[in-house]
Design a protein around this ligand. Structure first.
Ligand code: ADP
Ligand code: MG
Length: 685
């Protein structure tokens, strides 16, 4: 084949340049929607209406109530590289508007039949510019701008062939609106398709107003998301100008696909690897396998520290210090997830968003504030006590003398006493002991108790007085112990589950899974040297010598491993020494696990250590080794627990970080509200 003859170098015609540029910016109708919404927001709109036909292919019309464009500038709006948003390089480097490249309208008008109708304040009518003919004439509308885009890709049919069905294109357009709406609760959005209103999100308040954002999140993401997520709020202590906030879904909400992850940088939706990686790694310890977390996260930082001009559609950004951003996101989400969530239980019951509370300036680090719920703030405060997140003495839990939860978990000694008195009649209905306990709780907590959620008035049967179970029982059950989110243990089921009663109903706890997490977190806390700069530095676990060493028959590999890893074993609180070429003896175990089966524990740890070479294993697999220890240290299924033991475990869970899921990422407890139980039994129908 002969090559085609060489052609002269010529400048491209203007339309073709725009059409080529459009290829980068406009991939499908949703891209147009995104650009037009950006423009409306940049113009200061408070209400934006989007009208679509045929999934946006036939028509996209965006109406806003922003500042408008004066008639003499209308033709410039369609010109390539013409913008009102930046003037020089300095402006570009600190840009805070959504747009700044001045190419969107030019690109869109090059590949569609487009028109702009706009009116600025103090003008008695609007002006309409026809993108095709360039004709400018008087028109009617209130102050603001309408951009109308018809027959997208009509001049570039090859492109049009790539479009999917109208329904798919519509879905992409809606996704674009969702992304904008999540960042701007101060703007109302309405979407019409083929003359029908298909989505509407009212303006909910000021942009940085948390209740406004909460309402918008509920509107766009659904109440379920709000109920099943926690507040993230992190300000880098070293760098006050860097803040991460938003909501992170609890691990159980994770999905197979990463399709519900919304990340914003200075209000702009981005797909950013740094943020995505940081967020995923924050879930590492609570979410295993390929599951993808759900979140909406807002990163705010000095605009000069992020380059938004790296991608034509500005969906990617480049951070000047991506490490700081990574750490802020990771720490923020991690801290939010670590707080035990039982105290937030009632969120599930109260999808309605509560009245506004004042928003404070960026918080200092580590405060996970569920900001507007007075009651949940109470619950969160409880976990923030000075010894918060520390696991109490496990010896007390499993030792023979343990009869009560550790003192710091209950606000008053009366509770401890109350626990004991509950024990004898626990198998029957234990409500008789309740009023006294509740009264004490009320006086202890003062006004806090009144803020605890009682069933809302519209909760149907839950709010109406319930018939007494028997003539001798109290006429109406008082809500049980309000200060214990996971409630009061009632019984053990099949040797596997603990059943407990709290203010909302029934709580079911997977006893082994929960205890395993409690033990694991405790071991981690003992092992991670607080305050050292090196995160890989580990303190040896406190060790306890066995009164009688436990010998066991060992394989040659086990014996060799025990010798090679003597130092690592010591770090784990284990002392395993050879008695003979075929026998090992366990002489000491981690103090926290003194009740565990020493031989089984030793074998499991040796098996794991044998997989790696001696020197590095402890650094890389430290947490995994602790998890192995925890698994053996945790209470086994079929072990009968007394009520005080069960209650002690519940209290420990409430105070233990990440206790809402086991070491394998599964939930450790579930709640069934009274309302759900009522529904099961068709009560109140
Ligand atoms: P950019 O947004 O990057 O500046 P565009 O091509 O999107 O470029 O828009 C060009 C200019 O037109 C903007 O800079 C702005 O001044 C004006 N403009 C576009 N849309 C609107 C609107 N909805 N309201 C007011 N002005 C607008
Ligand atoms: Mg723009």
């Amino acid at each position: 084949m002969t090559p085609p003859p060489r052609r002269r170098i010529e400048p491209l015609p203007d339309t073709l340049i725009s059409q080529i540029a459009a290829g980068e910016v406009v991939e499908r109708p949703a891209s147009v929607v995104r650009e037009l919404l950006d423009n409306a927001l940049d113009a200061g709109a408070t209400q934006i209406t989007l009208r679509l036909a045929a999934g946006g292919v036939r028509l996209i019309r965006v109406e806003d109530d922003g500042c408008g464009i004066p008639p003499d500038e209308l033709p410039l709006a369609l010109r390539r590289h013409a913008t009102s948003k930046i003037r020089d390089l300095q402006d570009l480097e600190a840009v805070l508007t959504m747009g700044f490249r001045g190419e969107a309208l030019a690109a869109i008008s090059a590949i569609s039949d487009c028109a702009i109708v706009s009116r600025v304040a103090n003008q008695d009518h609007a002006w309409r510019l026809d993108g095709h003919s360039g004709e400018l004439r008087a028109d009617a509308r209130s102050v603001g701008t309408t951009v109308e885009v018809k027959e997208l890709f009509f001049s570039t049919p090859a492109r049009r062939k790539f479009l999917k069905s109208d329904a798919t294109e519509l879905a992409h357009c809606l996704e674009a609106v969702r992304r904008h709406a999540l960042a701007r609760p101060d703007v109302g959005f309405a979407v019409w398709h083929e003359g029908k209103l298909i989505e509407q999100w009212r303006r909910t308040g000021e942009r940085d107003h948390l209740p406004a954002l909460e309402q918008r999140l509920a509107d766009v993401m659904g109440h379920e998301f709000l109920a099943q997520s926690v507040w993230v709020d992190w300000a880098d202590p070293a760098e006050q100008a860097l803040r991460v906030w938003g909501r992170a879904g609890v691990p159980q909400q994770a999905r197979a696909r990463a399709d519900q992850q919304f990340a914003y940088v200075n209000g702009r939706f981005v797909r950013d690897k740094v943020i995505a990686h940081a967020a995923r790694s924050a879930y590492e310890d609570v979410l295993h396998g390929q599951r993808q977390p759900v979140y909406v996260l807002y990163v705010e930082l000095d605009p000069r520290r992020v380059d938004v001009n790296v991608h034509p559609t500005k969906i990617e950004v480049r951070f000047r210090d991506s490490r700081a951003v990574h750490q802020a996101v990771r720490h923020g989400v991690e801290a939010a997830l670590a707080t035990p969530r039982a105290g937030l239980l009632a969120t599930n019951e109260q999808p309605k968003v509560v009245p506004p509370a004042p928003v404070t300036a960026p918080q200092s680090s580590q405060t996970n504030r569920p900001p507007s719920h007075s009651w949940s703030a109470q619950a969160a405060m409880k976990f923030d006590n000075p010894v918060g997140h520390k696991v109490s003495d496990l010896g007390a839990l499993w030792g023979t003398t343990a009869t009560a939860p550790p003192p710091w978990t209950s606000p008053a000694p009366e509770h401890t006493a109350g626990l004991d008195t509950l024990q004898p009649d626990a198998p029957t209905v234990p409500t008789a002991a309740l009023p006294a306990v509740s009264l004490n709780a009320a006086s202890d907590l003062g006004s806090a108790t009144s803020a605890w959620p009682h069933p809302p008035p519209d909760a149907g049967v839950a709010a109406t007085p319930r018939p007494a179970a028997s003539p001798t029982a109290p006429p109406e059950p008082t809500p049980p112990e309000p200060v214990w989110p996971l409630g009061r243990a009632l019984a053990q089921l099949m040797g596997i589950y603990i059943l407990a009663e709290n203010a909302q109903g029934l709580v079911i706890v997977d006893m082994h899974a929960a205890h395993e997490r409690v033990v694991y977190e405790r071991l981690k806390q003992q092992a991670h040297s607080a305050g050292t700069a090196d995160p890989a530095a580990h303190r040896p676990l406190p060790s306890q010598a066995l009164l009688i060493p436990a010998p066991f028959a060992a394989t040659p590999v086990e014996v060799a491993t025990a010798q090679d890893h003597a130092a690592n074993l010591a770090l784990l609180g284990l002392d395993i020494t050879p008695l003979s070429p075929k026998t090992l003896a366990v002489r000491a175990v981690p103090a926290a696990l003194h009740d565990a089966d020493a031989v089984a524990l030793a074998r499991a740890v040796l098996a794991e250590l044998a997989q790696d070479d001696a020197s590095t294993v402890i650094q890389r697999r430290h947490d995994a080794l602790l998890a192995t220890l925890a698994c053996h240290g945790a209470v086994r299924a079929n072990r009968t627990l007394t009520l005080p033991e069960m209650n002690a475990l519940l209290r420990q869970m409430e105070a233990t970080e990440r206790s809402d899921q086991c070491n394998h990422g599964r939930p450790t407890w579930r709640a069934i509200s009274l309302r759900e139980l009522d529904a099961l039994f068709l009560r109140g129908r």
